[in-house]
Design a protein around this ligand. Structure first.
Ligand SMILES: [Zn+2]
Length: 343
């Protein structure tokens, strides 16, 4: 597969949301995530939250496209493949996991059986006392998402609520914040790690746990999940605080054939008037020009495409997804059971 990595640098506007909160810290005020730079606070939404919601989309797409998932991975549970690791150990009469003997064949089976464990990674820690077997096994996520950070100081408004309690004497007042802003974000997918068994070298076996056609399909569905999320982001508290999208969505998509795809942040750190005591965050107006210049210098190893609106983003992403769909068909001649309505 010629493509090794894909990155997206983007700006998005989210209005009137409560996307990501720090907790109440012992008070009745629910604090939002913020990043302090110098004497100013900027609004932040954690990449881990975004990754979780993208994986939710990915699981739905896997189910719709009949891509294999562990039974518990249909529900996106945090401890993922714990039961499968235990089952494998029991089946192979293994009481304790040793890297040299077990990591490679066990990882191969986990990756083969589950697209979520493959793309999203896992961490399993088993203890003799409670699990009757012992050992740890982990896989890093195949994609990373940076924090969304506002390109201007945080705009936060507080509103007071009361939680329902059947006892009328209890008011249970709490304070919630509402935020709005234009955010810069980056994300990157290690396409060449989808299906890749990180421990293959311990037994000098195949590097990939699944075939190219299945890899292409998982990649396409992960790209589709990212597309769905960026076009209609989901967050915490959206049942009653659904963020107001303005339609501002712009950025650059970079596909790399020879290593991690580069990305540049749409925000940048500066010293105001060169004063070391006045650090600030500003929009980085050049982030896409820098990527275009880099593409010129890299030649055929990079593909860079811009988008200036949600519809352009959709078109560009579908074009890339189709490259991977073609690879699925190449390997699956006469077995085209893909629903064309799935996108
Ligand atoms: Zn799984």
């Amino acid at each position: 597969m010629e493509y090794k990595s894909l990155a997206i640098s983007f700006r998005i506007e989210l209005g009137f949301h409560a996307a990501n909160n720090e907790g109440a810290g012992g008070t009745n005020v629910m604090e939002s995530r913020r990043i302090t730079v110098g004497d100013k606070e900027y609004d932040g939404i954690s990449g881990e939250i975004i990754r979780h919601h993208i994986l939710e989309q990915f699981v739905k797409l896997c189910q719709a496209n009949k891509v294999s998932l562990h039974q518990r991975c249909h529900g996106l549970v945090p401890d993922r493949c714990r039961e499968e690791v235990k089952q494998w150990m029991q089946n192979h009469n293994v009481e304790r996991l040793f890297p040299e003997q077990h990591y490679s064949p066990l990882s191969r089976e986990i990756l083969n059986n589950c697209a979520l464990c493959d793309a999203g990674g896992y961490l399993v820690a088993l203890q003799q006392q409670q699990d009757e077997v012992e050992g740890t096994l982990k896989r890093d996520s195949c994609f990373e998402v940076g924090w969304l950070i506002s390109e201007h100081p945080a705009i936060v408004d507080y509103t007071q609520h009361s939680a329902y309690d059947p006892d009328p004497k209890k008011h249970n007042l709490f304070v919630q914040n509402m935020r709005t802003g234009i955010y810069g974000g980056v994300l990157r997918i290690d396409l060449d790690r989808i299906g890749f068994n990180d421990w293959w070298w311990l037994e000098q076996n195949n590097q990939y746990a699944i075939g190219d056609a299945e890899r292409a399909k998982r990649i396409r569905l992960l790209l589709q999940a990212i597309r769905h999320w960026l076009l209609s982001p989901s967050f915490a508290k959206q049942a009653g605080w659904l963020q107001h999208m303005s339609g501002l969505l712009e950025g650059s998509i970079v596909l790399s054939k020879d290593g991690p795809a580069p990305f540049y942040s749409p925000i940048k750190f500066e010293l105001e008037n060169g004063d070391p005591n006045k650090p600030i965050i500003r929009p980085n107006r050049e982030y896409r020009d820098l990527l275009d210049k880099l593409k010129d210098a890299c030649g055929k190893t990079l593909e860079v495409c811009r988008f200036d609106s949600p519809d352009e983003f959709k078109k560009r992403m579908v074009e890339i997804e189709e490259k991977f769909r073609a690879l699925e068909k190449e390997d699956n001649k006469g077995d085209d059971n893909e629903s064309s309505t799935s996108s």
